[in-house]
Ligand binder design. Structure first.
Ligand code: PYR
Length: 363
């Protein structure tokens, strides 16, 4: 074969294989449009922003072929109905907090936070390297969803009160906005817990429908304006040593995605998971200074409140575990990791942080 013929033949071969391969490529990269409803308002750029980052990342990875449109709480469904909307395929996915659904089953709390549970790094470790994510996803299967970790607020503050809490007795009868299982523990100490979506907290506190409220921490709480209607800001948020947010994806919709898009979604969620925490860690320090300058009074929870809350939490877990095998299995798994994790924490992390905090106070 002359050289020219050889090139032509080779070229034809490429063209022929392209003609075969092209439709396959086109099929594996279809245009897909999804909707993701958030439990959070747009004004909270950290928590709502994690959903936006996930959606942007999915589009970037898939060259714009897989588009996920984010909707704020209330645009499609109210914030606390995001999971239901995903389960019944009103939307393909949502960004929410698993513990908003403890009314369906207390096991949901374990995907976000339980009182005196894990800290943020431990939670991510348990999800990724322990059995956390596998066990939780076995549970979420009953609701037709798959969970991908979707950010973490870090350790939270313990809420805003109009009057000082000097002992457990001061909690009696207080109507407090609190999310998840912390409300059930506080109920055992006399509080009347209310679960409201983030965007509904300020008006309720301002009108006096509730007496106290917790949301996340300084950056968000300043944005929500909670300091304008309550003066005392308590710590630590013992019911949220961390709060993991979650992307819930309808399992049938997930299965319909091309494999590469599923991988894009998992990668994008992981990016959002990491980024939200960094965002809070960077924005909370100046925010707490602003709040104190604006007149906020920082208060530590009295020891009797902490001790009573710890005792009631343990009793509550026993009671739930006796009736609910899913809760028992997942809680016990988390607890088995928490012991050695805190033992290790005490050695390096705690000693270092403790020294740095004291050194900084000495100046
Ligand atoms: C809350 O709803 O309280 C959160 O921390 C997200």
């Amino acid at each position: 074969m002359k050289r020219r013929d050889f090139l032509t033949a080779a070229g034809a071969g490429v063209a022929a294989s392209a003609a075969v391969a092209m439709p396959a490529i086109a099929q594996s990269s279809p245009e897909v449009k999804w909707r993701c409803t958030s439990s959070f308002p747009k004004s909270l750029d950290t928590i709502f922003g994690a959903g936006e980052l996930m959606a942007r990342s999915v589009a970037e990875i898939t060259d714009g072929k897989f588009q996920i449109q984010m909707f704020a709480a209330g645009e499609i469904v109210p914030g606390l109905q995001a999971l239901d909307a995903t389960q019944n395929k009103t939307v393909e996915m949502c960004h929410s907090a698993s513990y908003y659904y403890v009314g369906k089953d207390p096991t949901f709390a374990l995907g976000t936070a339980v009182p005196f549970g894990l800290n943020t790094r431990m939670m991510n470790a348990w999800f990724q390297f322990g059995s956390g994510l596998t066990l939780l996803n076995e549970f979420y299967k009953k609701y037709g969803v798959v969970m991908l970790p979707g950010g973490n607020t870090g350790g939270q503050m313990g809420g805003w009160f109009r009057k000082e809490i000097k002992s457990v007795a001061d909690l009696k009868g207080l109507k407090m906005r609190i999310a998840g299982m912390g409300g059930q523990v506080l109920a055992r100490l006399g509080v009347v817990p209310q679960q409201l979506a983030g965007g509904d907290i300020y008006p309720a506190l301002e009108k006096g429908t509730i007496d106290a409220a917790e949301w996340v921490g300084p950056y968000d709480d300043e944005k929500l304006g909670l300091y304008k209607v309550a003066q005392y800001y308590y710590f630590p948020g013992w019911w949220e040593g961390c709060a993991a947010l979650n992307f819930f994806v309808n399992d049938e919709k997930l299965a319909e995605l091309p494999k590469a898009y599923r991988a894009a979604l998992v990668t994008a969620a992981a990016r959002a998971n990491e980024s939200m925490l960094a965002s809070y860690d960077y924005k909370n320090p100046p925010a707490i200074e602003n709040l104190v300058k604006a007149g906020t009074q920082l208060r530590r929870y009295p020891d009797d409140v902490m001790d009573a809350a710890y005792k009631e939490s343990s009793a509550l877990y026993e009671e739930i575990g006796a009736k609910n095998p899913d809760f028992k299995k997942i809680y016990e798994d988390m607890k088995a990791y928490r012991g050695p994790a805190y033992q290790w924490w005490q050695i390096a992390e705690y000693t270092y942080d403790n020294f740095m905090i004291r050194a900084r106070s000495r100046g």
